[in-house]
Design a protein around this ligand. Structure first.
Ligand SMILES: [Zn+2]
Ligand SMILES: [Zn+2]
Length: 349
């Protein structure tokens, strides 16, 4: 089978290689036929060598698929089951964090796509305990949004605690920003605004509108603080989701949050240090939540939200490609011409 691989450390070093279909080795292994696999910002960081990887490794950690074979001890899954999987492979299970259920931040964790072989191919192996059932109503493509959906369910709903009546401002209009806005609406927010740039107008803001997000704000054309104040009766946003990772965005979060409000940090800056309005945070007495990845609970919750929502999430998926076209796909993501790209195995087209 063909696989898109990071073949060596360093900038680039990504290519398509012919590899064997993986075999069940451990008793709890499940062999999954990939149906769709989403390209994530992490994959772009791996290209630029800004995210640790252990090459040679098949990329891709966001997937949906179907079970084709199970190891001896697998009880929960059968051939034909539609599944998605938490990328928390190789978490040790015995450290203090794992014992608290926080496997996503175990030091031993190595996820599919950068630590072990992932989903930008036809088949992958996952341990049974990390799989979740795909609700029948979700298409394979939309189901492959389960991983970013779990992230926003954890970081925006569980950690950021969206409450009824909240005005939520989301900074950043990429796939995670848009899913955060969707999650906030589903979580009971009264109004949600997505803040972005002029380059987001053509595509990302239009997707936001299709998802029923109340407001899109182009911060290069209007003053974000003035607009949020006008929309909230001079109070500020109850919850700000910082999904840009940009220094300017992080400081805008500080500007637009209300006194005693909450900021949940979703975006990664990619820098060692950034300028931050420390005293403003103190004067506003705000809570800031830092987050990494998704929790166990957030997976079934996120899938439940996706299955029960009246909103169709498919507009987030702007491109379906073969892995052969990966270069164009990565480029489109980097310059904002795509929101979410799904790689579909050639055998599924
Ligand atoms: Zn991802
Ligand atoms: Zn551990």
């Amino acid at each position: 089978m063909k696989a898109l691989m990071k073949v060596a450390k360093g900038y680039g070093n990504i290519e398509i290689r012919e590899v064997e279909i993986p075999e069940i080795i451990r008793d709890d292994d499940v062999l999954i036929k990939v149906k769709a696999a989403g390209v994530c910002g992490t994959d772009i960081h791996i290209y630029h060598d800004k995210f640790t990887s252990y090459p040679p490794v098949i990329m891709g950690h966001e997937f949906s698929g179907i079970v084709v074979e199970t190891g001896k001890s697998v009880r929960k899954w059968n051939k034909g089951d539609r599944v998605v999987g938490e990328p928390h492979t190789m978490a040790c299970g015995v450290c203090n964090l794992c014992r608290q259920g926080k496997v996503q931040i175990c030091a031993e964790k190595r996820s599919p796509g950068w630590g072990i072989n992932g989903a930008f191919t036809d088949y992958l192996i996952m341990p049974e305990k990390l799989l979740h059932k795909v609700p029948d109503i979700l298409s394979d493509d939309v189901a492959a949004l389960a991983e970013p959906m779990a992230i926003v369910t954890h970081q925006v709903l569980e950690r950021g605690r969206v409450e009824p009546q909240d005005f939520v401002a989301v900074i950043g209009a990429g796939p995670i920003g848009l899913l955060s806005a969707f999650a906030a609406k589903e979580g009971g927010a009264s109004k949600v605004a997505v803040l972005g740039l002029s380059c987001d107008r053509e595509l990302r803001f239009k997707v936001a509108e299709k998802l029923g997000i109340d407001y899109t704000i182009n911060v290069q054309e209007e003053n974000a603080l003035d607009r949020i104040m006008a929309l909230t009766g001079g109070k500020g946003a109850d919850l700000v989701v910082e999904a840009s990772g940009a220094e300017a965005g992080i400081n805008t979060a500080m500007d637009v949050v209300k006194k005693c409000g909450r900021i949940t940090a979703v975006g990664v800056s990619g820098k060692e240090r950034i300028g931050f309005q420390w005293d403003k945070a103190i004067n506003k007495v705000c809570d800031i939540f830092f987050n990494l990845s998704s929790s166990y609970i957030s997976w079934d919750r996120g899938l439940s939200i996706m299955a029960n929502s009246k909103v169709d999430l498919s507009p987030i998926i702007t491109h379906k490609e073969l892995i052969d076209d990966w270069q164009q796909a990565f480029e489109n993501i980097q310059n904002g011409r795509a929101v979410k790209v799904m790689f579909i195995p050639a055998s599924e087209i």
